[in-house]
Design a protein around this ligand. Structure first.
Ligand code: UFG
Length: 324
């Protein structure tokens, strides 16, 4: 059992991570500014500190209670927005992360699990993408993640910080027991947008491009269930507590699912036709993005439980039905 500070623990991925940690009997403190995180994603068993990662003193105080591991999931994450408002991403993602690392030094916290992203790779040079693939982000969001990774690696060399950096592919789904209640506001990703159309919050959506060189002409992505991500975080905590080195690991399923397949499966699961049209390609979208997660399997003995996209979409639809 460890004492863990989950920064961004009220967010979409953070709340699932907290659930898994509590399930494995860890002691959890959530630190979140509730900007995109939501109060309804907090659980009674975890302590809550409302705070911002730009507030260095508050961070430092939060860490000064014998924290074993920091899990850092607090970030702005909308790719398009990051290109229009780089200052927000620089300050929240980069300055915020520097604050976290410096607070760890002051409070003598030695372990961090960091949420990075497949966005650090940019356009794939080969598939599936493994961790040796060159980092060459093509959007500012991906650049912030790449830079923070490098900072963590430097702090590790200079100050004995141990880390597990996770590069998530496309996180989707919800807790199958429906314990996570807060839906993301203003979702920017495919499946949450589809859910908004299914529940009449939006009239329709667009499929960006159907002329790619893929199985059906639409983009393929590696959709990984958020509860599988959560399990990997708990395993990373164990790994760090055993003082078993530092690692950079992809988290994906290794399987590509096309946008069209997501749409068709969603229509089947929700038993209704969705209103959508085909639009031109979105700039910066690679045709296919699929992970090799062999290293995560080897290092953490982790494998995703959810390998069928319909099961994943079903968990999203169940949550949607539950929380309207
Ligand atoms: N898409 C549509 N219509 C929409 C929204 C998305 O056709 O309205 C398509 C996109 O073009 C893409 C696929 O659905 O082909 C998935 O798009 P998302 O916006 O849901 O996700 P991305 O693959 O662009 O990016 C996501 C995260 C990034 C992360 C990346 C890693 O948003 O932060 O996965 O693979 F880096």
């Amino acid at each position: 059992m460890a004492k863990i500070l989950v920064i961004g623990g009220a967010g979409y991925i953070g709340s699932h991570v907290v659930l898994e940690l509590l399930e494995k009997n860890h002691q959890v403190v959530v630190f979140d500014n509730l900007s995109t995180g939501q109060r309804e994603n907090l659980f009674d068993e975890a302590e809550f500190i409302e705070g911002d990662i730009l507030d260095f003193e508050k961070l430092k105080n939060a860490m000064k209670q014998n924290i074993d591991v920091v899990i850092h999931l607090a970030a702005k994450k909308a790719v398009g927005e990051s290109m229009e408002k780089p200052a927000i991403y620089a300050s929240n993602n980069i300055t915020g992360s520097i604050n976290i690392l410096n607070a760890m030094l002051e409070a003598n916290v030695k372990n961090i699990v960091f949420s990075s992203s497949a966005a650090v790779y940019g356009m794939p040079q080969y598939l599936p993408i493994d961790e040796k693939h060159i980092k060459n982000p093509i959007n500012f969001y991906g650049y912030t993640k790449s830079l923070i990774e490098d900072l963590i690696v430097w702090y590790s060399k200079l100050k004995d910080i141990n880390y597990v950096i996770f590069r998530y592919f496309n996180a989707v789904g919800y807790d199958s027991l429906k314990r996570v209640k807060g839906k993301e506001k203003n979702p920017q990703n495919l499946l949450p947008i589809i859910m908004e159309v299914a529940t009449q919050k939006r009239d329709s959506f667009q499929i960006y491009g159907n002329d790619y060189n893929t199985k059906d002409g639409t983009c393929e992505r590696d959709y990984i269930h958020v509860s599988d991500l959560a399990v990997a975080h708990e395993k990373a905590v164990q790994k760090l507590m055993e003082k078993n080195g530092s690692h950079i690991l992809n988290l994906g399923t290794g399987k590509g699912t096309s946008v069209q397949e997501i749409v068709d499966s969603s229509e089947k699961i929700i038993s209704q036709k969705l209103s959508y049209s085909y639009a031109p390609r979105r700039s910066g979208d690679p045709a296919v993005l699929v992970a090799s997660s062999d290293l995560a399997h080897k290092v953490l003995n982790w494998k995703p439980k959810y390998t069928n996209i319909e099961d994943i979409i079903q968990t999203t639809w169940n949550m949607e039905k539950n929380n309207g």
